[in-house]
Write a protein that binds this ligand. Structure first.
Ligand SMILES: [Zn+2]
Ligand SMILES: [Zn+2]
Length: 117
């Protein structure tokens, strides 16, 4: 089968597509291996040497299969995509909502918010 894509000889770190070398074709769900930092479909996962039956990682555990959507959710939590402009806007809104000042008025301490004259 001719494939126009350039197959990378090592496991891909790209997201969402199998980076394995299974010649029989990629099938089934794509799993993310946190330990190997690669995406592999079911046949490729099983044929990947670090994932051979009985193989253990550094921590003595077999490599865990992480679903793509779970990985994406985690990734979004850990590295939220917030632009500097958005951060600035949030910051300004925060300033607005928490701004208050204190003034002395006729011998009384008065807490004033920015919007109240
Ligand atoms: Zn595959
Ligand atoms: Zn692995």
């Amino acid at each position: 089968m001719a494939d126009s894509r350039n197959e990378d000889p090592i496991a891909s770190t790209g997201s969402g597509s199998c980076g394995g070398l299974e010649r029989g074709g990629h099938r089934g769900e794509i799993w993310y291996c946190v330990d190997c930092a690669c995406w592999l479909c079911e046949p490729c996962w099983l044929s990947y040497p670090p994932h051979a039956p009985g193989k253990r990682g550094r921590d003595g555990l077999e490599h865990e299969r992480t679903k793509y959507d779970v990985y994406r959710k985690l990734e979004n939590i850990l590295t939220p995509e917030v632009s500097p402009a958005t951060l600035e806007r949030l910051h300004c809104r925060d300033l607005d909502s928490t701004w208050f000042g204190k003034i002395w008025s006729h011998g009384l301490l008065v807490i004033k918010s920015k919007d109240v004259d």
